[in-house]
Design a protein around this ligand. Structure first.
Ligand SMILES: [Zn+2]
Length: 188
């Protein structure tokens, strides 16, 4: 099932999401729906809060970018109850966007490496280090679980300049090729 994607200004995007238990109802279905919703919107990652569920799951599929980023050729993963235990390496600026903030891209500074513990969709535990593009996508999606958006991470000056745009997005003034849920629950 394809969910509408929750848009900037909706309170669920600002909540700290909850860890889940292995027997969480319809966990398989939620993971499947996250992928389906992400593909429909042509995204590379999607976190559960973006479909209105305040639980600590996100999915990533970077493989469509593999032609330009060979690193991503096998990077399709499910992260459940993830916990970043270490961030290291140089900070790097890179252009980011987010399905919850349509038509807006900004340069965001992030660490080059992350160490992360998580369960996959088969409830296997992992403790891994990711770098580069992978670390970038993971940090973006992980932030969603803590109620943080990439626009929070731009410089104070940029943030001030973005205020009007973000306000407009929260009022539905944007074009998106996928279904969205506006603050106030209106689906369109
Ligand atoms: Zn996002």
């Amino acid at each position: 099932m394809v969910y509408p994607i929750v848009v900037y200004g909706h309170p669920v995007l600002r909540k700290v999401a909850e860890n889940i238990e292995k027997d969480f109802p319809e966990l398989c279905k939620i993971v499947e729906d996250l992928f389906e919703t992400m593909y429909k919107a042509e995204g590379m990652g999607l976190a559960a809060p973006q479909i209105g569920k305040s639980i600590r799951i996100f999915v990533i599929d970077g493989t469509p970018l593999a032609e330009d980023e060979p690193d991503l050729s096998d990077f399709k993963k499910v992260f459940i109850n993830a916990r970043i235990t270490e961030r290291s390496g140089d900070m790097k600026l890179m252009n980011e966007g987010c399905l919850s903030i349509p038509n807006l891209r900004e340069e965001v500074n992030r660490e080059a490496f992350v160490k992360i513990e998580y369960y996959d969709e088969n409830w296997q535990f992992h403790d891994e280090i990711f770098e580069g593009y992978k670390a970038r996508i993971i940090q973006h999606e992980y932030d969603h679980l803590d109620g943080i958006l990439f626009t929070d991470k731009v410089s104070p000056l940029r943030r001030r300049l973005l205020k009007g745009k973000l306000n407009a997005i929260s009022k539905g003034k944007f074009e998106a090729d996928y279904k969205t849920t506006l603050p106030g629950q209106k689906v369109r």
